[in-house]
Ligand binder design. Structure first.
Ligand code: ADP
Ligand code: ZN
Length: 620
């Protein structure tokens, strides 16, 4: 008897907690952590607070999901978009991780079930919107549960300096007081230095650690072009670079969204509209079609996109300038989460800046904030007009840096520049002498010496600047004025009537007359230089047989997704399918070497995909 019990002794009574790395391998199917993931995860597991700033696609979700599995209790994930919670939960379920949500779209019974699961510790993660979390009754409920951690996703919403301020987020500060012993981790992909400080402050994360990931998204190609024939430009871009891809086209107004979506459809392109003015069921339907589709283009206002983590969005187009670099970075960041080559194209014109300035002035923000918004807009215009690498300008804005990237339009087709010192002097002097109240087209009439009715009416044909600018054409002057605004030597008058005035920098320029390199005016091109090929191609190109197999694997995946009514990428993303097509594993255990296949997915789908691969080989 005694001898027998000795043999049983090695079964330790302490429950085995899994290590973060074994969870990564088993549930997620990845070999190793990337960047700061491991440091963040360990810090939170040990109970520390954290603020993590990592670019889109860097893998933020793991940073709270893995600690949720390692720590006792349930992790509360604060997420702004109820509509996307279900997808996140389905994705976790596919990996064998138990999560649920409580939100206003659920019936009373569902909420009750979810609450029971949370109380009994049957789920590892609970997704809630900030409004729900802040309800006094809900906070009391949580105080009676075992909480592993709080994760605050899209944390830039906390800050008024950020670009998506949501008042409900500001209330999250109370978590620090109500749950002093529960670690909190805030995550975002975009926040400039000022916004970062504000987030840490507002969420009382001052005693925690800040983790800054690099900002670069090397797989995104950035291009910014003048908007001269918007419909042509977008159509050519889609046809040449993305005939078979998913993408987002941002427009400035609801009406423009509807026009553009309709027009693209008329050109035979599957495009759906999305803006806050649509009925909520239409919005939900279009969003679902986009998430589940393989070649759907979403034409949208910026109301669309927050929390969208579809990994295979291949392009983002801005039909107008966004309001600042952070917004641009956040919006373009929705392309290429899977790390595959993707494109970000912005079209802009001077009227965009005037419009944005008018909006800033019309808002009820305090003056100090308006001033900052103007500065941020100027930085964005600087990005538009730069003759340097776009990525360098972008990264510098976030205090990061890189070498010229060779993956942006200015690197690939360097713009020619000329010294515009004299031209700028003429332009500024014309602005000054006409009283700092006229718009660009009038100023150009004066510079070119056009004897128009209005010029004569104001007597400006008598000015010394009348006709001094005839060495440039009208479009060339427009080009110069745009760059003068972008470099903040001129700025629109605050009344919003489109007049221009000289800034303090402009006056300094007139005193010092330093060299002023500017981009040459480029005639609108009839055709873009060359199609770069579909951006969806993997790093190592597939041969014909592999492409064929990939098609089969895609159909299988899509069929499974339809059966389960989940987005296709939740089953396997494109990257995983490409790797499967290239490696063609023929044993189940070999499939674990493929990125994105952990034991849970292996069990669910391994056999099916293995069969698809061997059938394909038989028929080939
Ligand atoms: P974010 O929220 O930062 O945009 P996600 O958490 O959605 O990023 O992750 C982006 C993609 O990268 C997902 O497909 C995710 O599964 C994958 N990923 C995350 N961490 C790793 C890793 N360590 N190795 C490989 N892929 C990873
Ligand atoms: Zn570059």
């Amino acid at each position: 008897m005694g001898g027998e019990s000795l043999f049983r002794l090695p079964s330790f009574t302490r429950p085995m907690t899994k290590s973060p790395l074994s969870i990564l391998r088993e549930h997620y199917g990845y070999d190793a952590f990337r960047g700061q993931q491991e440091a963040i995860i360990n810090h939170v597991i040990e109970g520390g607070d954290a603020f993590a700033l990592m670019p889109t696609g860097a893998g933020k979700s793991l940073c709270y999901q893995i600690p949720a599995l390692c720590r006792d209790g349930v992790a509360i994930v604060v997420s702004p978009l109820i509509a996307l919670m279900q997808d996140q939960i389905s994705a976790l379920a596919q990996m064998g991780i138990k999560a649920t949500a409580i939100n206003s779209t659920m019936g009373m019974d569902e909420v009750k079930t979810a609450r029971q699961q949370v109380r009994k510790g049957e789920v590892d993660l609970l997704y809630v919107a900030p409004e729900r979390l802040m309800m006094p009754e809900f906070l009391s409920f949580l105080e009676n549960c075992k909480i592993a951690l709080f994760a605050i996703d899209e944390a830039h919403c906390v800050s008024e300096w950020g670009h998506d301020f949501r008042p409900d987020y500001a209330a999250l500060a109370v978590l620090a007081e109500r749950f002093p012993n529960v670690p909190r981790i805030a995550l975002t992909a975009t926040a400039d230095a000022q916004t970062r400080i504000d987030i840490v402050d507002r969420l009382s994360l001052n005693h925690g650690r800040t983790f800054l990931g690099g900002f670069d998204r090397p797989n995104i190609n950035y291009a910014i072009a003048l908007r001269n024939s918007p419909r042509d430009q977008i159509l050519r871009f889609i046809n040449e670079k993305h005939p078979d891809d998913c993408g987002i086209v941002y427009c400035i107004s609801r009406r423009k969204v509807e026009d553009m979506a309709e027009w693209l459809c008329a050109q035979g392109i599957e495009a759906l509209p999305y803006h806050a003015g649509l009925e909520s069921d239409v919005r939900a339907r279009n969003q679902q079609a986009f998430l589940q589709g393989e070649r759907v283009i979403m034409v949208a206002t910026i109301a669309f996109g927050m929390g969208i983590d579809k990994p295979d969005v291949r392009f983002v187009v801005h039909m107008n300038t966004p309001k600042n670099i952070e917004a641009y970075y956040q919006e373009t960041g929705r392309a290429g989460r899977d790390g595959q080559p993707s494109n970000a194209l912005m079209l802009y014109g001077l009227e965009d800046a005037a419009q944005q300035r008018q909006w800033i002035e019309a808002s009820n923000a305090p003056d100090e904030q308006k001033r900052i918004q103007h500065q941020k807009l100027s930085a964005l215009l600087g990005l538009c007009e730069t003759a340097n690498c776009r990525r360098q300008v972008l990264l510098n804005y976030f205090d990061d840096s890189c070498e010229p990237c060779n993956n942006c339009d200015t690197c690939q087709r360097p713009p020619e520049t000329f010294d515009a010192t004299i031209a700028a002097q003429k332009a500024l002097s014309c602005v000054y002498r006409t009283g700092e109240r006229f718009g660009v087209s009038y100023l150009i009439e004066v510079l070119l010496g056009v004897e128009s009715e209005r010029v004569e009416k104001f007597g400006h044909d008598q000015l010394p600047t009348f006709g001094v600018g005839q060495e440039f054409s009208k479009p060339e002057w427009q080009n110069i004025f745009r760059q003068l605004v972008a470099s903040n030597l001129l700025s629109p008058t605050p009344d919003g009537h489109g007049g221009l005035m000289i800034t303090a920098d402009g006056r300094a320029f007139l005193r010092e007359k330093p060299p002023l390199p500017m981009r040459h005016y480029e005639k609108p091109r009839k055709r873009t230089a060359r199609a770069l090929g579909s951006a969806n191609s993997p790093a190592v190109p597939l041969d014909a047989a592999e492409m064929d197999l990939l098609d089969n694997l895609r159909s299988l995946r899509n069929e499974l997704a339809r059966e389960q009514k989940v987005p296709a990428y939740i089953i396997f993303n494109d990257r995983t399918l490409i790797e499967l097509a290239q490696k063609r594993p023929n044993r189940l255990e070999d499939m674990l070497d493929v990125g994105g296949i952990g034991s849970s997915k292996l069990e669910r789908y391994g056999k099916l995909f293995l069969d698809a691969i061997s059938n394909h080989e038989l028929s080939a």
